[in-house]
Design a protein around this ligand. Sequence first.
Ligand code: PMP
Length: 535
Amino acid sequence: MTNWLDILAGINEEKGSTALRSQPLYVLIHNRIKEAIDDGRLPADTKLPTNRELANLLKVDRSTAARAYAELANEGCIESFVGRGTFVASSRPGRNDPFESTEPDNSISWPDKFSRASQTVYEMLRLEQANIGWQQEVISFAGGIPTDESYPHKDFERILEKLIAAGRSAEMYQYSPNEGLPALRKEVRKHLAKQGIDASDDKLLILGGSQQGLDVVANILLDPGDLVVVEDPTYLWATCNFKSRGARCTAVPLDDQGIRIDILEAILQRQRPKFIYVIPNFQNPTGITMSYERRRQLLLLANQYQVPILEDNFVGDLRYDGESLPSLRAMPGSENLVIHLGTFSKALCPALRLGWLVAPPETMPRLVIAKRSSNLTTNSISQVILAEFLKEGLYEQHLATIRNTYRARRDAMLRALHKELFILADQQGDRTRITWSRPHGGMFIWLKLPDGLSSRELLPYAQREGVAYAPGDVCFLSQEQSECLRLCFIQLDEANIAKGVKRLGKAIRSYLEDVSNKSLSNRSHLMGTGSHSFI
Ligand code: PMP
């Protein structure tokens, strides 16, 4: 019989505090089980403890146990079967089998070559892959992109024909200037001026999407070991980028007004982060919008401690109701303090790969060089088309249309959530209710399950019902938060939203039922008291 105490020995001691540990907890657990599989202590087809059993055994959160298993599954080390449980895989790539091949192995050992930073990021990336492998007819609230019918197909086609007929194809096939095509710069400047942002020549850089903005800013500001303050939770691919430069991220929780200024101030008093990364409008993943007062306090604090702010305004143009608030970059005192990022990906079309950056003039020459070293210049074809689209005034028209569409979709999702989950929300009592956000714009609703449950454990139930969502735990820097999940409401029509939420409701109900039918010992973990060893 497998002696789990031996296999997992020492993890409880190594757990210590997050700050002292060199690796995340789930990596420790993953490594310990993988070692035992590799050296034969856990032979093929050995049954593994369930998530809950493993969590109880190690006195960790179930999402941490689930993450360790997700890693092992992605590597092909373990396999799960509905109704039977999880087992060590019977065959797996790379398992040492002396009879398999007599060829000498001269190939490079890539794992020895990868940088430490890339390893950290890769671990985060594999967790995100929990979203794949769903059946075809799944209704997906995961991801976060507009759908085909939201794009201005006809206008793009007409503009392209017009440009070719006007003999401008040469312009489209050349490299464009590093800073971006002048015609596009002019139109973006006009667009930003309407929002009170001065994007004059020495402050504006056209980007291949705002993700490139995160990259060039990290390039010019971050050295290995530097600290970046981020919101908790935040956009996964921002923290991935910062960490790939060897930076550390420290997370400040959000409340319904945005980043918690009191906690931020306590950090700034003790440490000197290189910058503070915030998503003030309809945040990814929570949908929260930073209040005016909070924006003002953030600027004051950043100024007082002389820490720049990186403002990511990825869906600022998608407000459906409520009072519109100025960007940090449009507020007094921000000129030399705030680097502002924007994008056409969400409000127009992600495949254009076009965004922009507005920054203090002193930083611009370095940002331009960072961009140049990253991709030389931005795609000329899409810049020429977009410049024309903006010049013809079509962006404003497009925004008016999609705001109506997305508002209706948001409302449809809120209505469906109310219909399908209200009873559950009510039944669970105050402390452990299911709750969800009601964003004034953007594309995400953030749903929180009752305390102690895990959106990752809910995944197989959702998979069975044919509905997908993004588990929220990957967006937190503090790994222990497992209850949240992110629902994107812009990518499906209202009928499919209603259908998908109905499926989600069913999945949540089955999950809750299973949880409450479990033995007392297992439920004790749910309540956050005591622990139970299954051995
Ligand atoms: N910031 C946030 C918050 C995002 O969610 C995304 C994409 N999902 C980006 C930046 C980057 O988008 P893009 O490069 O397409 O502009």
